[in-house]
Design a protein around this ligand. Structure first.
Ligand SMILES: O=C(O)C1=C[C@@H](OP(=O)(O)O)[C@@H](O)[C@H](O)C1
Ligand SMILES: C=C(OP(=O)(O)O)C(=O)O
Length: 431
């Protein structure tokens, strides 16, 4: 699908935030790891959440669903012995399930997206799984990956955290089910640290005990625990909503997004503060964010690691700010669906933005007068690139054509529909 994004000076209306991708993957997983029946209310429906749903079903979970909920009978620490799993393009699903696969004799994760997930590194998790007695066959740390497990053991485990927090989260989900107690130490830095808080939150909701140090670098995990079946309610998704809020911020707008919890452990909740710091007229009350945009933004400096999945949307807003903005501490954006620094900066430049890259920074020299546009954008298989470039297109002189825009469905299948309902001029062409 192509998205033809036309200049749109005004947006207005109210939308419901989509359900959180990262809570959905976690709740589906701990429901599958429970012995008994859990219910997940308002799960996200996207390619990534579908990937988790499909894989836990393949591994033996029994699912029933209607419009508002999924009822899941879990398999505990005894998944079905499947030989192959397909996680689509979902990094978190792959990494979380690599540890679950350690309970199976032999599972191969296939390489369904060689140009996206197929390029991402998983070495740090592979090293940790080996310490647990699991044999892993891989191609230089990348897919396809075969896990030969059966009887993983606990004990002292180290894992590097400087590429992705998903490796640590993966171990935290599985370690409580092992016979032995475990002690996990995170080596180097821990990137996307905030999201580990979501992992610990959902694990605790299922009655499982983990003792975490204040800096989230050390964990003591008693073995032989069980996830208690529970009812879970998925909150609204900040990373996806960040793109809608960015669109509102760069136009003349009156846009309201409902169901964005004020007390949330999603790091991307910070976009509310980021946009405020950029001078956007914004309120956040009763879990509702309302923006009255007047196209005026001011530049700022931000530690992007605090809101990793919303950096691209905030950069898109900064493209139109007065002054130079800096998004630092974002090197691990290079290891996502594409290289979200080099690839993204190249697409922004094509659109007419004045942006620079450093190894771990994106620098934006704002153009309040707008950008030229009038070019075709390569999506690089990346939903967040698609969402962010759409924001830029709305405020361009000649619009933008975003190729392969269907990849937006990785996390936010209704993104264009939501923007259209706010009055965005976007034409979707099926190819
Ligand atoms: O744990 C998770 O669900 C996620 C962790 C983050 O990845 P990294 O830890 O690799 O930054 C984030 O970007 C991703 O969308 C989801
Ligand atoms: C990086 C992302 O997801 P994942 O790592 O799960 O593929 C994302 O949703 O932006």
């Amino acid at each position: 699908m192509k998205a033809i994004v036309k200049p749109t000076p005004r947006l207005g209306g109210t939308i419901n935030a989509l359900s959180s991708k990262n809570y959905t993957t976690r709740y589906l997983l701990i429901a599958a790891l429970a012995d008994g029946t859990s219910t997940v209310y308002f799960p996200a429906h996207s390619e990534d959440s579908d990937a988790m749903r499909r894989c836990i079903r393949d591994l033996g979970a029994v699912l029933e669903e209607d419009n508002e909920k999924m009822i899941i009978r879990g398999f505990g620490r005894h998944p079905k012995h499947v030989s192959e799993l397909n996680v689509g393009n979902a990094g978190a699903v792959l990494r979380f399930l690599m540890s679950v696969a350690a309970f199976c004799p032999e599972v191969t994760f296939i390489n369904a997206y060689p140009d996206s997930l197929g390029k991402r590194p998983h070495d740090d998790l592979i090293d940790a799984l080996k310490q647990m007695g699991v044999e892993v066959e891989h191609r230089e740390g990348k897919l396809p990956i075969t896990i030969r497990g059966g009887h993983p053991h606990g004990g002292k485990i180290t894992v590097s955290g400087n590429v992705s927090s998903q490796f640590l989260s993966s171990l935290l989900f599985v370690a409580p089910l092992l016979d032995e107690d475990s002690e996990i130490t995170v080596l180097h830095d821990l990137k996307s640290k905030i999201i580990v808080g979501q992992t610990l939150e959902v694990i605790a909701q299922a009655g499982v005990k983990i003792e975490a140090s204040d800096d989230l670098m050390h964990y003591k995990i008693p073995g032989k625990q069980q996830y208690t079946p529970q009812n879970y309610t998925v909150q609204g998704d900040y990373p996806g909503s960040a793109a809608i809020l960015a669109a509102a911020a760069v136009t003349h707008s009156d846009v309201t997004v409902l169901h964005l919890a004020e007390q949330s452990k999603q790091g991307e909740r910070a976009v509310v503060d980021v946009l405020r710091a950029m001078g956007v007229d914004l309120t956040h009350e009763n879990d509702t964010v309302r923006i009255r945009g007047n196209q005026k933004l001011t530049a700022g400096e931000f530690d992007g690691d605090h809101f990793t999945d919303a950096v691209l949307a905030m950069v898109a807003a900064a493209v139109f700010a007065e002054g130079t903005s800096r998004f630092y501490n974002v090197e691990n954006l290079r290891y996502k669906e594409c290289d979200r620094i080099t690839d993204f900066v190249n697409e922004l430049r094509k659109a007419g933005a004045d942006v620079e890259e450093r190894q771990s920074e994106i620098i934006v020299h704002g153009r309040p007068q707008g950008v030229t546009g009038g070019v075709e954008i390569n999506a690089h298989y990346d939903h967040r690139v698609i969402m962010a470039l759409t924001v830029v297109g709305l405020r361009s002189e000649q619009g933008l054509i975003i190729n392969d825009a269907h990849h937006v469905a990785k996390s936010y299948p209704h993104y264009f529909e939501h923007l259209l309902s706010l009055g965005a001029q976007i034409e979707l062409v099926q190819e």
